[in-house]
Design a protein around this ligand. Structure first.
Ligand SMILES: NC(=O)c1ccc[n+]([C@@H]2O[C@H](COP(=O)([O-])OP(=O)(O)OC[C@H]3O[C@@H](n4cnc5c(N)ncnc54)[C@H](OP(=O)(O)O)[C@@H]3O)[C@@H](O)[C@H]2O)c1
Length: 281
């Protein structure tokens, strides 16, 4: 599997795992099948996944708690990225809160829940316009200088917001919605690629109509003896060497299918066909 080095010192396999789906409906409460979710996490690591993305708000807390239960003490080289900056007031509700002392509190709580002394990658889940950006990123920089955070990342940002944040701290990753059919973050992706910043596309499997019978994904998928979901991931991996997809699932069978996508090599022509089909879809 190809690798990417986060922040110059944490090398991970480029196909990671997103742990948001290890929760109940609306990313709220426990998952329907808790034991299967624990198996998913353990199997991910067995298959070579060593980058797991989570957040305090997934559950809330449940995703981080399951990661600890399934994997602590963590194997060497496992990088766990978490986030703070969104409150949870109910299923599917995500009010933004970037009050700096709250970000600090959530970092402290994630350290406790994950059972670590330092969080490998701590991401600001959303920039809160009610507070100065430099205060929000500045709080993360303070936590970093105290040794509680190794690296800082951002989520759902524009190029301008990334550049503003870079005035306050070194940003090693950005996480925006991006997939074959949702590409509004192209300019951010290009900037991340140029600067060696990881681009973590969330919702990577939303292939939508491209997964339809006789669609371009199906056709190329058949050539590779692959599924449309695997092709959507293979397309992402080819799009940029800074791309770190984190497909999420609560089922071992889907996990195995997704991880296998890292072995698919698309030709340049196939990549173009998919790119064109995705932008038309
Ligand atoms: N930064 C942010 O604001 C933000 C927002 C959303 C998500 N995220 C992160 O991004 C990660 C991925 O995003 P996501 O979970 O929304 O989207 P996704 O990974 O594109 O899709 C996950 C969905 O696809 C299904 N699925 C997974 N593998 C499949 C397969 N091989 N075949 C068929 N269905 C499959 C899953 O259901 P099953 O459980 O049934 O497999 C789940 O419902 C999250 O886990 C989270 O870590 C970040």
């Amino acid at each position: 599997m190809q690798t990417f080095t986060l922040g110059g010192d944490l090398t991970v396999n480029r196909l990671g795992f997103g742990a948001m789906r290890l929760t109940g409906k609306g990313t709220w409460g426990p998952p329907a099948d808790r034991d299967e979710c624990l198996r998913v996490l353990r199997r991910a690591v067995e298959l070579g996944v060593n980058f797991i993305d989570t957040a305090d708000s997934y559950g809330p807390y449940i995703s981080e708690e399951l990661i600890r239960e399934a994997l602590h003490p963590y194997p060497d080289g496992l990088v766990i990225a978490t986030k703070a900056g969104l409150l949870r007031t109910g299923p599917d509700q995500w009010p933004v809160l970037g009050f700096p002392p709250y970000l600090r509190q959530e970092c402290e709580m994630s350290l406790r829940r994950l059972g670590v002394d330092c969080i490998d990658l701590f991401q600001l889940h959303r920039i809160d316009t009610k507070f100065p950006l430099e205060d929000q990123v500045g709080e993360l920089a303070a936590l970093q200088s105290e040794g509680k955070i190794r690296h800082i990342g951002l989520s759902e940002v524009t190029v301008e917001q990334l550049e503003a944040a870079q005035q306050t701290a070194t940003i090693v990753s950005v996480q925006n919605m991006y997939n074959l059919t949702a590409r509004t973050a192209e300019s951010l992706l290009d900037k991340a690629t140029d600067e060696g910043i990881a681009f973590i596309p969330w919702f990577p499997l939303a292939a939508g109509p491209l997964a339809a019978p006789d669609g371009p994904l199906q056709r190329i998928a058949a050539d590779h003896d692959a599924t449309p979901s695997q092709l959507a991931l293979a397309w992402l991996l080819k799009r940029s060497p800074a791309m770190l997809p984190i497909p999420g699932t609560s089922r071992v069978a889907h996990l195995e299918e997704n991880v296998a996508a890292a072995e698919i090599e698309l030709s340049d022509d196939e990549f173009e066909t998919l790119s064109n089909a995705g932008s038309a879809g």
